[in-house]
Design a protein around this ligand. Structure first.
Ligand code: MG
Length: 296
């Protein structure tokens, strides 16, 4: 199976053949990210088809480059395949990667494929180049910045965590058009990722709870599973893979009015000088908010 599979891969990946890949690289700064996903943790292959799992493996990396406003260029894909699976399974898994790579104009330039007695494990390294005025970091936020979020949050477990669209185009468009200060992608939960951005920026953050865009799936899950409200889920579920941006307050209005991106953009709070995370309901005093989300 393995020899057939390598032959199949090489037909699809012209750069693979030498011991290492040689890339032409623009003079701009190189941005690199890597994520490892495991069957049973990040997807369940007995319940989702291998194409969706492969797609997710690349999509989470694309989301990290989006957070840096970097343009994705090349991917290195390493997979440990379960020996019990057939050639078709491996091909389907890689098809999920290749389709999304094509959509985002990423070339798969190398990697490794092994088989073993354990479950599927995939690690992708994604290489990109900085766009516009340079990489967008978590640390660039300042007290008074508005916090903007793309899309809707919460309930990703119902399917969004596999099928989300990484916000690469949106990040590149907004970074080129406005003087963004800082960004992070929401992978582990809004409140947790916001607390990370605020901490890296050396400030605190205040969320306007009434403004948070809650996804229909968060409402659905809140009905199905007692204990957590839809808002709780928007604050802490994770795997939304939306962008959280810190922007100077004088450009917020323009960003919301211009509608340069085709997805919702919502102002959900601001960075503040006082440390820690705070939550406010309209007309009420802010109260401390415990960051909650997926801890690795
Ligand atoms: Mg990230």
């Amino acid at each position: 199976v393995e020899r057939d599979f390598v032959r199949w891969l090489r037909q699809r990946l012209p750069r693979i053949g030498d011991d290492a890949a040689v890339l032409d690289w623009p003079a701009d700064r190189l941005i690199v990210t890597s994520d490892m996903l495991m069957d049973g943790t990040d997807f369940e292959l007995d319940r989702c088809d291998p194409q969706r799992a492969g797609r997710k493996a690349l999509a989470v990396n694309l989301s990290d480059l989006a957070a840096m406003a970097a343009r994705p260029m090349a991917a290195v894909v390493s997979v440990a395949l379960p020996r019990s699976q057939r050639l078709d399974f491996a091909q389907q898994f890689y098809r999920g990667i290749f389709r999304l790579a094509e959509e985002f104009q990423v070339e798969v330039v190398g990697g490794d494929t092994n088989s073993w007695s354990g479950p599927l494990v995939v690690s992708i390294a994604l290489l990109g180049e900085a766009s516009g005025p340079g990489p967008l970091c978590r640390s660039g936020g300042r007290p008074g910045d508005d916090l903007l979020v793309t899309g809707q949050l919460g309930g990703s477990l119902l399917g969004h965590h596999l099928d989300f669209t990484p916000r690469v185009r949106e990040a590149l468009t907004l970074h080129a058009a406005y003087p963004l200060h800082a960004a992070i992608d929401i992978s582990d939960g809004l409140s947790l990722d916001l607390s990370r951005l605020a901490e890296e920026s050396g400030c605190g953050a205040s969320l306007d709870l009434d403004q948070i865009p809650i996804s229909p799936d968060a409402h659905r899950l809140a009905e199905q599973v007692p204990g957590l409200s839809a808002l709780d889920r928007a604050l802490g579920d994770g795997e939304d893979f939306e962008l959280l941006l810190a922007v100077p307050p004088e450009v917020t209005r323009r960003m919301l009015d211009d509608r340069l991106v085709n997805i919702p953009l919502t102002r959900i709070g601001q960075l503040i000088a006082a440390p820690g995370l705070w939550a406010r309901r309209s007309g009420q005093e802010p109260v401390p908010l415990e960051p909650r989300g997926y801890e690795h």
